[in-house]
Design a protein around this ligand. Sequence first.
Ligand code: PLP
Length: 406
Amino acid sequence: MIDLKKIVLDEVAENFKRVEKISEQNTLKVLNAMRELKISDTHFKTSTGYAYGDIGREKLDALFAKIFCASSALVRTQFVSGTHALATALFGVLRPGDELISLTGEPYDTLQTVIGHAHPAKGSLKEFGVAYRELPLLNGKVDIAAIKNFITPKTRLALIQRSRGYSMREPLTTSDIEKICAAVKSVNKNCVTFVDNCYGEFVETREPVEVGADMAAGSLIKNIGGGLAPTGGYIVGKSDLVELASYRLTAPGMGNELGASLGTPRLLYQGLFMAPHVTAQALKGAIFAAGIFSKLGYKINPLPNEIRGDIIQAIELGTADKLIKFCRAIQNFSPVDSFAAPEPWDMPGYEDKVIMAAGTFVQGASIELSADAPLRKPYAVYLQGGLTFEHAVIGILAAAQILETE
Ligand SMILES: *Cc1c(COP(=O)(O)O)cnc(C)c1O
């Protein structure tokens, strides 16, 4: 394994340099936004109750808006997860009779539950009379040529998922997103282009709104929270759309003007500041894992030196047994709950049983070194995160070792 490590590190050296360069540019972007908006200690003060006039909350929204090149942002620990932020945006914008489409094939598992068309789900968009269709992928890629004929004048919102989710399809790059948004707008200007940005933040130097998306949303316990955000999600985009989402998060008429920060502001600001670097650490871990597991003969996606659109490394392990062993190794080499053995379980919002290794400081935070997978063919494990590259290397080599000593 020591030899293999050296060989892989040599082979990916150029790609690491690329990742470092992106991290440097994104750090500068975040830093300049913080300088321009004159972030100061006063913004870290906590608020309670209704929290009217919470300047820390307002500044953080402004900061996210600037970084994402959006006119407005809603960044809240009141979002319980990324799915909640995405669902809030969908329920905020869509009305009974509207049509929602997915342009990236089957959406992420929990979004399918929110939409309610793949399987019945209480409280889903389907129950509220929102129609849904999805454009299948073509050889694992978005069928851009087919978009024009797929959209109708009735289509209100097009969902575009940047990351691979639990699938072997490739994540989108921001230039893919640019082409997709342009195709949508060429037939229906009023169709809202909405990007599920989970796992994509700071992987490149551009973000979805910058390349033509009307709105994007994601989780604070993935890339953008830098490992420090204790919980939460965000929505960024056009002001009118973010406003609609805010009425769904709180209540009509209240919107973004309420919401106590309860001690979290510094963690959200500092996490944002750390996020470009932490994302780069996670990316290096993913690249390293790709190198090691391809050398061991496993089918991997993406390849070690392929351009990445998210921080996920998919590794096809082929059997449920190997999947479980892999996740247990990652858990065993985690700083928290190293003594626990993950078991496949029925996670809320997911159809298949899911196994999850997340020996993390923040529960389930997948910007920390973690591995998870639904128990279904081709038994691919999805590895992501690592607050430090060093930790990712240790965990990945431990997992490789266990599978090799079979
Ligand atoms: C993580 C993720 C989500 C949201 O998941 P949460 O666990 O609710 O934060 C949505 N879409 C994709 C593609 C994801 O990776």
